[in-house]
Design a protein around this ligand. Structure first.
Ligand code: NI
Length: 326
């Protein structure tokens, strides 16, 4: 057994009380350490759970979110700008493509027209001529008429209403593609002769727009609704007016045999025949009328062709025409 020494006693006497006495600040240190430890473990959890919102953290997060939002916004803006430029490029390309198509179509039309006129001049020398014209369409009856005309290889002139052009653009396009002539008969079939200058000009402008949009060309003549013409129309309209010289009165006699007989009775060389492709009875009358005309030695052409074949190079604005006798 070791002999206890003064030193040993002190060493063995090592206990909390002694420690406290010897190092009084140690207790405070331990408490601080424990608090630190607790805080270190607990704080992040508490903050995470949103139980403690430290102002500086919230601010930092808000700053962060703001930055992120701004980044997103600028990215979005960049994307939108890119999209806009792409669209603009496409629109420009589309515009150019359409312009090219239009020029090509015009070239083809001109070639087609010239070739057709050449052919007609040869074919019609010394022959009687007549133009059939159909008003107030296009509509679904027009399709049936187009079938008849196609089968008989006959071209006619359609004086269309703007409102029907809007409703049946495909019918109008088909008529044009099959070599028929399309001209204006006003937008709503209003009596233009009762209108003031604004109304007359509006109608002309609107018809130009619709023709341009749907057919890629402008009308070059107007058939005034009811055949009504005012002095103002002669003065303000930029295209000539086209009336008729044989009235089938098909709107009154809804009977194809009567209509056919009326046309046959009033026919003459250079006549422009007025009919309406909105009445089924009128369309029904067409095959018989064609038979009669061919039997009578007539060549059936469009109104413009009739004028040109009769030596009227261009129809003048400020005038109304109704027939082109030799
Ligand atoms: Ni009419």
């Amino acid at each position: 057994m070791e002999k206890p020494t003064e030193e040993g006693r002190v060493r063995r006497g090592f206990n909390l009380r002694n420690l406290n006495r010897k190092y009084p600040w140690l207790k405070i240190l331990v408490v601080i350490l424990m608090v630190e430890l607790l805080a270190g473990l607990m704080l992040p959890r508490l903050i995470e759970n949103g139980m403690i919102r430290l102002e500086f953290l919230t601010e930092a997060r808000m700053e962060n979110e703001k930055k992120k939002m701004e980044e997103e916004k600028s990215a979005q803006q960049k994307e939108m700008e890119k999209e806009r430029l792409k669209k603009e490029r496409l629109t420009e390309e589309e515009r150019l493509r359409k312009e090219e198509e239009r020029l090509e179509r015009e070239r083809q039309q001109k070639l087609g027209r010239e070739a057709r006129m050449e052919e007609l001049r040869k074919k019609t020398t010394g022959k009687k001529l007549v133009a059939l014209s159909f008003d107030d369409g296009p509509n679904l009856e027009t399709l049936r008429l187009l079938n008849i005309l196609k089968e008989r290889e006959i071209r006619t002139t359609f004086f269309v209403l703007g409102r029907n052009l809007e409703r049946f653009p495909e019918v109008a396009k088909r008529a044009l593609a099959e070599g028929h002539e399309l001209q204006s008969h006003s937008v709503h079939h209003d009596d233009l002769s009762k209108m003031k200058v604004e109304g007359v000009l509006w109608d002309e402008r609107r018809m130009n727009e619709l023709f341009w949009q749907i057919l890629g060309q402008k009308p070059t003549m107007l058939r005034p609704p009811y055949g009504a013409i005012s002095q103002l129309m002669y003065q303000t309209m930029s295209i000539p007016l086209m009336l008729w010289s044989v009235d089938s009165e098909d709107w009154k006699f809804r009977n194809s045999e009567v209509v056919r007989a009326k046309v046959r009775a009033s026919m003459f060389d250079g006549a422009v025949v007025l009919m309406h492709d909105i009445h089924p009875t009128s369309v029904d009358a067409v095959p018989g009328i064609i038979d009669d005309l061919i039997m009578g030695g007539y060549e059936i052409v469009t109104v413009s062709e009739l004028a040109e074949l009769r030596g009227v190079k261009s129809l003048e604005k400020g005038y109304a025409y109704g027939s082109f006798a030799p």
